[in-house]
Design a protein around this ligand. Structure first.
Ligand SMILES: Cc1ncc(COP(=O)(O)O)c(C=O)c1O
Length: 378
């Protein structure tokens, strides 16, 4: 049996005609950038997260960048963020000229360690903190908001967490602003790149809208140096079709997670993901931790199961960030996690047979990988 890591074909099959009709409309109307479909999607996405403003952009990275530029971040400033995240969280800070100040992750959820974050926020020149809702599970946002002083902001990196809730409230407006990604494999995926920022702050929304469009407040009148981060109508029209299905897909992801949990609990070598009491995860990823991870991953691939690693190199260990001066051992929880984490196939359309096969193969692979290497012919 073959189990892909994600199966966008299975998701798009039933929507194909609707998506194509939307594309035909865009083509016929010859409106291609940030127009009717994008605006309609912005309203729908804001509403789904109880937010006042949605600013659609070209990627999650752009959403983070535009939000931080709108907040006035620049050279000489520092921003606290977890080392256990996708590199884009740090890159967006660097793109403004500011410097990431990294902290470790919580041993169970693998989300930002809020105690370390609060301490880091007291260091000089720290303008704000980014809570990353990693794997689809909200970070402990109240702790970050409480730690911020009057001048500091709190951003949510919700690239992996569309519709996730924290203490019953949707992510997106738990801090000053938030950033979402619509990269194709995300819970809400575009046919290409896409992203959005949410906020309840009118001034911040206006600043982000200007920045995504060359800093223009009116055509040919730029009040700030911005960029071109406008969303295309083809992306907007597709996201409009998919948005009403997102809640259903999310529930299905949670069902898949429950099934993995039931099949895999009781295996002492396999550590399963945990949900904090304040969080309702949308399981963008289902990440287990296993010994001999690389051998387990190879055995899974040989058995036809595609697996992922999110992320095998924490930000502080990336060659691109050696200039920050961190060394091995600085973030022991993230470092240990990076050696043992393994992401299993996760998407709404996974069948029971596939889920059972993945679980079976994982148990077998973990057992085989623990044998002396010669006997497994790896
Ligand atoms: C946690 C996190 N932050 C930011 C991003 C960046 O989003 P994008 O790829 O749309 O730029 C991603 C995307 O993978 C992500 O997973």
């Amino acid at each position: 049996m073959k189990v892909p890591f994600v199966d966008l074909g299975a998701q798009h099959g039933p929507l194909r005609d609707e998506i194509l009709a939307g594309w035909a409309d865009v083509l016929d109307a010859t409106r291609f950038v940030g127009s009717r479909d994008v605006e309609s999607f912005e309203r729908g996405f804001a509403q789904a997260h109880n937010a006042k403003h949605c600013i659609a952009v070209n990627s999650g990275t752009d959403a983070l960048y535009v939000a931080m530029r709108a907040l006035g971040l620049g050279p000489g400033d520092r921003v606290v963020l977890p080392t256990n995240t996708f590199i884009a969280t740090a890159e967006a800070v660097s793109m403004t000229g500011a410097v990431p100040l990294l902290v470790d992750c919580h041993p169970e959820t693998k989300n930002i360690d809020v105690v370390q974050a609060a301490a880091a926020m007291r260091q000089p020149n720290v303008r704000g903190v980014i809570g990353v809702h990693l794997y689809g599970q909200p970070a402990d946002m109240d702790a970050l908001v409480d730690a911020a002083d009057d001048e500091q902001w709190v951003l949510e990196d919700a690239a992996q967490a569309h519709l996730a809730t924290y203490k019953g409230r949707p992510v997106g407006t738990l801090g000053t602003a938030s950033a979402f990604s619509f990269y194709p494999g995300k819970n809400l995926g575009a046919p290409g790149e896409g992203g959005a920022a949410l906020t309840n702050d009118d001034n911040l929304a206006a600043a982000m809208m200007a920045l995504r469009n060359h800093g223009q407040v009116q055509k040919y009148n730029s009040e700030s140096i911005g960029l071109n981060a406008r969303m295309s109508e083809l992306v907007g029209s597709t996201l409009r079709v998919k948005l009403p299905r997102l809640a259903g897909w999310t529930e299905q992801r949670r069902v898949v997670a429950d099934k993995y949990h039931a099949l895999l609990s009781g295996h002492s070598d396999i550590t399963l993901p945990t949900e904090a009491e304040f969080a309702r995860s949308v399981f963008h990823l289902y990440v287990v931790h296993v010994p001999n991870r690389d051998r387990v991953a190879r055995l899974m691939e040989q058995a036809g199961v595609s697996v992922g690693m999110h992320y095998p190199i924490p930000v502080h260990a990336q060659p691109a960030y050696q200039s920050l001066g961190y060394v091995a051992g600085d973030f022991p929880v993230a470092e240990e996690s990076s050696r043992t984490l393994l992401s299993l196939p996760m998407y709404a359309e996974l069948t029971d047979t596939q889920i059972e096969y993945v679980a079976e193969q994982l148990v077998q692979a973990v057992a085989s990988a623990s044998l002396p290497q010669e006997s497994t012919h790896l």
